[in-house]
Design a protein around this ligand. Structure first.
Ligand code: AHG
Ligand code: MN
Ligand code: MN
Length: 342
């Protein structure tokens, strides 16, 4: 007689608890809880009047979309309910939001700050194209929230993102420094019961891939090394690979494809944005940790992203992230041009 299949179902909360303990698991659980509700809101967006801007501009001078605000408030509220979270730092808020805590909370030892981009790819909301949420969990060191989040990306306790795509997927990496450290990368898919269930563990980025992803409309204002780099990819100079271009304009979606299929995603410096567009703390750091733990690499053009230090919470950085082969090739070209200029 055929045996019933007993595949054990692992939720993201259970996975996090096993690897990083109950406190971190509660933090991840709150993010997953918010992601569930954001996903539902997005799924029914056309029916719920959530398209469009709210008319306000955030600290970065960008138009806030209704979903930016919804996602931000939800994450703030759910994370604020976790006793181990002392503060959040969000793309949508000017400064950290510190939660009042009763005397004695701190005695539990685990105190975290969660840094996030509540809704990534907001320009795609109105056209029903993939968006995401990006998050980074860091330890509160002493009492200063800002100082804690300005520590290097190597010290992240956990990092990841949620991609709201044809299915919703949460990708999670848990801290650890040096080769082979950390717990690797796991992916969880939102199931019919609204649980994020483990669907891939030990995710690895290919050594090289067949896609490059950049806003090429900006190419004329990129530093010359970046232009020559894309030209070299197109000409087959990198191991004879035949590249295709893919650019969605939601970093989470472009990143997810790069992680699974390999290749490179880049947002170079431009004349308008000499330090790039993407934000170090809540876009580059978490994605760099995921990519490194999957065996890939992430640099700001010259140096490893996780070691780039920010002076402010909304600091920007150029970003080149993806398969080792592509990222290292770009780094060589940028360093060579810099060397020649000296
Ligand atoms: P956000 O919606 O959080 O402001 O982020 C948008 C980012 C990122 O998702 C994407 O990679 C990039 O902006 C696209 O920028 P361009 O439109 O300049 O290509
Ligand atoms: Mn973003
Ligand atoms: Mn955003």
């Amino acid at each position: 007689m055929a045996q019933a299949m007993t595949t054990e179902l692992v939720t993201v909360e259970a996975y996090a608890a096993q690897r990083a303990g109950a406190h971190v698991a509660e933090v991840i659980g709150a993010i997953a809880g918010a992601a569930r509700l954001i996903e539902r809101k997005i799924r029914l967006a056309g029916l719920n009047d959530v398209y469009g801007a709210v008319g306000a501009v955030n600290v970065q001078g960008e138009q806030q979309q209704k979903l930016d605000v919804f996602a931000n408030e939800l994450l703030t509220r759910l994370l604020g309910a976790v006793p181990w979270v002392n503060a959040i730092v969000s793309e949508e808020d000017e400064g950290p939001v510190v939660f009042p805590r009763a005397e004695g909370d701190a005695k539990h030892g685990a105190r975290f700050v969660v840094v996030f981009d509540p809704l990534d790819g907001s320009s795609n909301i109105d056209v029903n194209v993939n968006v995401g949420t990006i998050f980074s969990v860091v330890r509160l060191e002493g009492e200063d929230v800002t100082e804690s989040v300005l520590r290097p990306g190597t010290e992240q306790v956990a990092a990841g993102y949620v991609l709201y795509g044809p299915s919703a997927v949460m990708v999670l990496a848990m801290g650890g420094e040096g080769a082979g450290a950390g717990h690797g990368v796991a992916a969880f898919t939102l199931d019919a019961e609204e649980r994020f269930v483990l669907t891939a563990d030990g995710v690895k980025a290919p050594e090289q891939g067949a896609y490059y992803s950049a806003n090429e409309a900006n190419a004329a204002s990129w530093p010359v090394a970046y232009r020559e780099y894309l030209e070299s990819l197109r000409s087959g100079a990198l191991g004879g690979m035949n590249y295709s271009a893919r650019y969605i304009g939601s970093m989470v979606a472009d990143f997810h494809r790069t992680l699974l299929k390999g290749g490179v995603f880049l947002y170079p410096p431009t004349e308008k944005a000499p330090r790039g567009k993407l934000r170090l703390l809540y876009e580059a750091y978490p994605m760099a940790m995921v990519m490194e733990q999957a065996g890939g690499a992430a640099i700001d053009g010259e140096m490893r992203i996780l070691e780039v230090r920010a002076k402010g919470i909304h600091e920007r950085t150029p970003l080149v992230i993806g398969s080792r082969r592509e990222v290292e090739a770009l780094q060589r070209m940028v360093l060579q041009t810099a060397g020649e200029a000296r």
